[in-house]
Design a protein around this ligand. Structure first.
Ligand code: FES
Ligand code: FE2
Length: 407
């Protein structure tokens, strides 16, 4: 983040601290329980947000550190993999062999039916595990050996590329890797990120290094898991023994980019900088900076210099697979480095999965009971209303109005 932007943000922060205020949105927002529990609404979300024209954040440039690197991105209804080609560019394909549909990379399953391999290096062609049809990393079918001439009548069509991998649009910009699950229209950085790519560029995400990742399944609607990142209000109560001693609930100063948003959650130490010269002021050292990348991802940049990407793959209306990826500024060079980043990893993942996601699963159970008509976001939780209002624009479902009476 540019220094002048950090100074401006800190001036607003100090003014809010002095007045004991936080930015409020115009009105409370009513969100009916059905937005989280209705199977029809869920299907509408899948077709508009996850299988349609909306570009999604698949990962970051360090997920593909060199030509031949690949990783999977299992969006619902669109299993995709991305790879870096010999010329350094990035391509994204449906992870589907054109012979009989096998998954091409990340094929192995564990005993619970979960994929166990999500990334690889130095793979310049992709050979299908089923009958070994082989594609180069531009998606071209280059080999179908041992078929006894069984496809000879299709050879001309194969030569024309009709059995190449199905490519989907993708773009590397500001260190982000964006994919569009459907259609052929190229992704446009400015238009499709609403200008947020230039903010991301200021963080130099392309220079980070992938460290590790984990996948977890939770019994909650996917939006509930995202909501936990979008306000500081709950820190004092839910995180009273973990984050609250170090973090403030307020002020949360936010900036929106279309459906996306950027906001720092301040540490208590943020206020100690007032007496320093402005040239020494820093938001990044005294806040967890968060990018909400609609519809399904959140990037958290805590103070210790790493960044973590949380994305949420809806499995069902009440079941979600979370993927957490950790990226670090320098490669691990010593045991001390490894110990330090492992500690960071443990703190972040234990608090978020243990406290936040336990909470959100509780909420899902209550909403699914049908006894609660909806939930309400206060004006002090502006990112929540913004997130849901913008999803409503994409799904074609307008905001609901607060019922006159619940009884
Ligand atoms: S399904 Fe891929 S080679 Fe047969
Ligand atoms: Fe939290």
């Amino acid at each position: 983040m540019k220094h002048e932007r950090q100074v401006a943000l800190l001036k607003q922060t100090f003014a809010h601290i002095d007045a004991n205020t936080t930015p409020l949105c115009d009105a409370p927002y009513w969100n009916p329980a059905s937005r989280y529990t209705c199977p029809d609404h869920f299907q509408r979300e899948l077709s508009t947000l996850f299988r349609g024209q909306v570009p999604l954040l698949a990962g970051f440039s360090p997920d593909l550190p060199a030509p031949g690197a690949w990783f999977t991105c299992d969006l619902p209804g669109a299993p995709i993999f991305l790879t870096r080609t010999a010329d350094g560019s990035v391509k994204a394909f449906l992870n589907m062999c054109r012979h009989r549909g096998s998954r091409l990379v990340g094929f192995a399953l564990d005993a619970q039916g979960h994929f166990v391999e999500h990334r690889g290096q130095s793979q310049h062609s992709f050979s299908c595990p089923y009958h070994a049809w082989t594609y180069d990393n531009s998606g071209t079918l280059i080999r179908h050996a041992n078929d006894m001439g069984g496809f000879a009548q299709l050879q001309t069509r194969m030569d024309c590329g009709q059995f190449n991998l199905i490519e989907v649009p993708c773009l590397e910009t500001g260190g982000m890797l964006l994919v569009r699950p459907q259609g052929k229209e190229p992704i446009d950085a400015q238009r499709d990120t609403f200008g947020m790519h230039s903010r991301m560029d200021e963080f130099g995400f392309g220079n980070f290094h992938f460290y590790q990742e984990v996948f977890w399944d939770f019994a909650a609607n996917w939006k509930l898991l995202l909501e936990t990142f979008m306000e500081g209000y709950h820190i004092a109560a839910l995180h009273r023994n973990t984050l609250a001693p170090r973090f403030r609930c307020y002020p949360v100063i936010y900036e929106c980019f279309g459906p996306h948003a950027l906001f720092p959650l301040p540490r208590k130490s943020i206020n100690d900088q007032r007496d320093l010269p402005e040239s020494e002021w820093s938001v990044l050292k005294h806040a967890s900076t968060i990018f909400s990348v609609s519809p399904h991802a959140v990037l958290n940049i805590p103070m210790d210099g790493h960044m973590e990407l949380w994305d949420f793959q809806p499995l069902d209306v009440g079941r979600t697979r979370a993927r957490v990826r950790f990226y670090i500024p320098e490669p691990i060079a010593s045991e001390a480095d490894a110990a330090r980043w492992n500690k960071s990893w443990k703190v972040s993942t234990e608090v978020i999965s243990g406290e936040d996601f336990t909470q959100q699963q509780n909420i899902h159970i209550n909403l699914a009971s049908g006894r609660l008509p909806g939930v309400v976001f206060g004006q002090n939780e502006p990112m929540l209303s913004h997130f849901h209002r913008e999803l409503g624009k994409l799904t074609g479902v307008p905001d609901a109005s607060l019922p006159e009476s619940f009884f």
